[in-house]
Design a protein around this ligand. Sequence first.
Ligand SMILES: O=C(O)CNC(=O)[C@H](CS)NC(=O)CCC(=O)C(=O)O
Length: 281
Amino acid sequence: MRIAGIQFCAGREPGPNLARAGAQIAEAAAQGARFIVLPENFACYGGDYRALAEREGGSMQAWLAAQAREQGVWLLGGTLPLVQRADGSAVAAPRVRAASLLYGPDGALQARYDKLHLFDAQVADAQGSYQESARFEAGDRLRVADVGGFGIGLAVCYDLRFPSLARALVDRGAQVLVYPSAFTAVTGAAHWRLLLCARAVETGCYVLGVNQCGQHSERRASFGHSLLADPWGRVVAELDDAPGILLAELRQDEIDETRRRLPVHTHQRLLTGLPDDIRDD
Ligand SMILES: O=C(O)CNC(=O)[C@H](CS)NC(=O)CCC(=O)C(=O)O
């Protein structure tokens, strides 16, 4: 199955971001991609997330559904800010949920995953500090979805640093881990490739990191370098730090063969259950 990752530099306002993403989605579909992934905060980066956040059925969600339907592809909207949880309850202001939304080729919503780990960190130099938990509420459910016969484990950006989430997704049938991201230029240069390849090697999964790139504002820059690692930990395709489309093939036989030779996913001895505040969807 051919997949595509859309890499670009989002600004604060949805209009230009959606126009840019739409052109790249059409291009990726024309190149034969069946599953297209947009980065974290693809529709709005760094603005007033609560003011832009949607209820179920909002216009940014409708845009994703229309893109999937018009191009006839599976489309993962990296994250959109939503004011409701999956059960319809309200997220208290000023926070929102960072929801990763998967639409099928018919335009129907097939899965929702809300980012579990929030990026509260001090990044060196001009990048300054991040306090994601001041503006976002953490998710509370795990989600694996089927796309063209592949088990797709949903995760977002900073989640990449937590191998226990990758492991829990594998236990639930994930064969491909996707990380739509807005990984910073500073932490990306240090850790992005290392973390993506490590998650692949330790789980026997393909790992797809779809990142933003470039300078969003004076103090915010993203690393780019969207890449696909295969289950052996080889980088099979990678972008540089400019906007672009990552195209690559997922092969079921690569997953099966790697897992047959090195079945680490069946050998783990320290198995832990989910904590009380995290559930299966
Ligand atoms: O704050 C914003 O508006 C934009 N930021 C984001 O979109 C998110 C949440 S703050 N970025 C990350 O999670 C970076 C993680 C990362 O870079 C790492 O783990 O090293």
